[in-house]
Ligand binder design. Structure first.
Ligand code: KG4
Ligand code: ZN
Length: 348
């Protein structure tokens, strides 16, 4: 559906994200020069104390209860009415089916009730777009490292909208490995951030865990064996002292950092990347950010590393609106009938 009347206007875009546990709604302005402004980015997190992880149907119930108040808050923060909105962007996949359905159904109803055009967005494309908030003009080709709770992949991007998957995890995602090891150490879910905080008190070289597939001649990953070797280490050394826990966290994080950074740098070298984009919840990890920046500066000094700014690392509505902005500005909207939740949506 093309509509040229939108070509030269700032577009006020709502982004709706419900693919996993957190309910995100944002209001973002997209401008014809490619820049965006995040006006509000509201997240209603789910409390995992009762479940210890994400249970799809319970998470979907949470989204159903949270989505209207989160939308109201996102509009109220910017003193904006729904009638001022030019486009609704919604995550259609990948993610958990019942959770995606809440966001998609809500977005379609909102679109129909207020006659607002709609765009379906790939969640992983949203994670890439989260870096465009601060870096609207990326030099291509770019190699993208996407590391979240559900995915770990390396993508070669020749331009915006062109994705060549060059490597991915064969088992657990990097974030999933953080969450599982955090659980072994008695930390709350999601475990990435608390594990990273514990690791700050440990020695990353005290325990050397395996670096799976580091020397394989491909860009794939595997984190399941690393997770198992942490499990065996814990079993062999129980009861753990506080210092042991910190050393395990630091040693595990060091192994993940090593593998992700070395494979990303190798991919950037092979694909002659001008930019390395790092997105997904695991991009919140400071040790990983630091190592990626330092290694790129040393080994590929011409390559620029871009990482989302705080607040945009983990799932949020703003990244979904930013991903939709170029299409919204072109008036390239979806037909609501074609917007269907797809839990296995590929980035291609
Ligand atoms: O992208 P995201 O919010 O959700 C998915 O799309 O999966 O990523 C969530 C993942 C979780 O596994 C969480 O533990 C991890 O990101 N994560 C971190 C950190 N903060 C969040 N992993 C490592 N270090 C962190 N600081
Ligand atoms: Zn995500």
């Amino acid at each position: 559906m093309q509509n040229d009347t939108h070509l030269y206007h700032v577009m006020h875009i709502i982004g709706i994200e419900t693919s996993c546990d957190d309910t995100g709604v944002a209001v973002v302005d997209g401008r014809p020069d490619g820049t965006v402004s995040i006006l509000s980015n509201c997240i209603t997190p789910q409390d995992h104390n009762a479940t210890g992880g994400v249970v799809p149907n319970i998470a979907a119930q949470h989204h159903a209860a949270a989505i209207i108040p989160t939308l109201e808050l996102a509009l109220k923060e910017v003193h904006c009415q729904i009638s001022n909105i030019d486009c609704i962007a919604v995550t259609v996949g990948p993610g958990l089916m019942p959770c995606l359905c809440v966001g998609v159904t809500f977005a379609k109803k909102l679109s129909a009730a207020h006659n607002i055009p709609i765009i379906g967005v790939n969640h992983m494309e949203g994670h890439i777009a989260s870096t465009f908030a601060t870096h609207p003009h990326v030099n291509f080709p770019a190699v993208v490292l996407l590391a979240s709770g559900g995915h770990t992949m390396l993508v070669n991007m020749e331009r915006v909208g062109s994705y060549d998957l060059i490597g991915e995890t064969r088992d657990d995602a990097a974030g999933e490995a953080f969450d599982k090891v955090a659980r072994m150490l008695g930390l709350p879910y999601p475990g990435g951030a608390p594990l990273a905080r514990l690791a700050e008190h440990g020695d990353p070289h005290a325990i050397v865990f395996p670096r799976p597939m580091l020397h394989d001649d491909n860009f794939d990953f595997s984190f399941s064996g690393l997770k198992t070797s942490v499990l065996y280490h814990i079993r062999d050394h129980e009861p753990l002292l506080e210092n042991d826990r910190a050393n395990i966290a630091a040693g595990f994080q060091e192994a993940v950092v090593d593998v992700l950074v070395r494979k990303t740098i190798a991919a950037a070298r092979e694909y002659v990347a001008q930019t390395i984009i790092f997105g997904g919840g695991v991009s919140a990890n400071r040790a990983l950010q630091k190592r990626l920046r330092e290694t790129a500066a040393q080994e590929l000094p011409e390559t620029h590393v871009i990482i989302p700014s705080p607040g945009l690392f983990t799932d949020n509505g703003a990244m979904i609106a930013i991903a939709a902005a170029p299409r919204a500005l072109r008036g390239d909207f979806d037909d609501a009938c074609n917007i269907i939740a797809n839990p296995n949506l590929r980035l291609l």
